[in-house]
Design a protein around this ligand. Structure first.
Ligand code: SAM
Length: 310
């Protein structure tokens, strides 16, 4: 544990393009791990963090996600190096899961690198349809390209481009129905980063958060401007209201043709009660949900003639 909360389990997302959950469970049993079954409550997941030993669970919220004791290291595991396992925190699996693009659909991953959520989307889409993935950072995009190759993802089209310059009226994006918006953020939900930076509060931090939230609002509104988009998921690994609830509130005020969907109602930690419907958003933290700090909001286009009600 630390100031950021207790140690979180080692989560392992199974890449269903390459392996089934049953195959993976059998594999880990052969490696000497005891399988405790599918968790029935968050408490069972939390208990993994308190005891040591080679044990694992299947998660209760995210299908195809396994939880191991904190610190379990799979970086040298042959299933990891072969792209069957994705080492991804549980909270960061929620955006793709909640976007839930149908098999064969047309999707944009707006800020995509290094691509863990892209490969999750591709798995949910069974590699059918199209994912247009953008990122500004050339290096991160190169890493992403390698990771997607290893994961067997084939439905992507990567572009080293500022998402804000992607034209919503380009015929290429005419059928885009689902967009994942996971923009740059302060990273304040990541325990390692916070430990390294220390707790900085003050005018400098406030300025940085204002600048980040300005970009986040612009990027999110740009996503909502694509002509056929039905569903947009906004996520950050930040714990700050300025980058989370405040961005969602401003975006809803500026885009009255969209409403929030109640994201994963069984999830216990909700958005801070700063505006009507903020409880539709979800939050994650080491203390409440045994994950890294995280935030997710799900936007859906209102059906025609339904602009003022929700
Ligand atoms: N979604 C990624 C994943 O799950 O692996 C993580 C994305 S990270 C939080 C944010 C990314 O946004 C960074 O890689 C950054 O380079 C990229 N980015 C920042 N501004 C951007 C912009 N205007 N257009 C496209 N990408 C941008």
């Amino acid at each position: 544990g630390s100031a950021a909360g207790p140690a979180v389990p080692r989560y392992v997302r199974l890449n269903t393009l390459k392996i089934t959950t049953n195959e993976a469970i059998a594999y880990f049993k052969r490696q000497g791990y005891t399988y405790l079954g599918k968790a029935r409550s968050l408490d069972e997941v939390a208990e993994l963090g308190q005891k040591h030993g080679k044990r694992f669970l299947q998660d209760l919220h995210v299908p195809d996600l396994l939880a191991f004791p904190p610190g379990t290291d799979f970086h040298k595991d042959t299933l990891y190096t072969a792209g069957h396992l994705i080492l991804q925190d549980k909270a960061s699996c929620l955006p793709a899961l909640l976007l839930s693009p149908p098999v064969g659909s047309c999707v944009i991953d707006a800020c995509a690198a290094p691509g863990n959520k892209t490969s999750h989307l591709a798995a949910l889409m069974k590699n059918k349809g199209r994912i247009f993935a953008f990122d500004l950072d050339t290096k991160r995009l190169a890493t992403m390209s390698t990771l997607l190759l290893r994961a067997g993802v084939t439905c992507q089209e990567l572009a080293n481009q500022d998402f804000l310059t992607v034209k919503p009226d380009d015929p290429k994006y005419q059928k885009v129905s689902h967009i994942l918006m996971d923009p740059s953020c302060s990273g304040s939900g990541m325990p390692d980063l916070m430990r390294a930076l220390g707790d900085k509060n003050g005018p400098e931090q406030e300025k940085r958060l204002q600048s980040l939230s300005g970009f986040q609002c612009r990027a999110l509104s740009h996503a909502l401007s694509f002509p056929s988009v039905q569903r947009v998921v906004y996520s950050t690994c930040s714990i700050h209201q300025q980058e989370n609830e405040d961005v969602v509130k401003t975006t809803l005020e500026q885009n009255t043709n969209f409403k929030l969907v109640n994201a994963l109602p069984s999830w216990p930690a909700r958005g801070l009660n700063t505006f009507l419907d903020a409880g539709c958003c979800l939050r994650a933290s080491a203390l409440d949900t045994f994950t890294n700090g995280f935030f997710v909001a799900v936007f859906e286009r209102k059906s025609d003639g339904n602009e003022s009600s929700s």
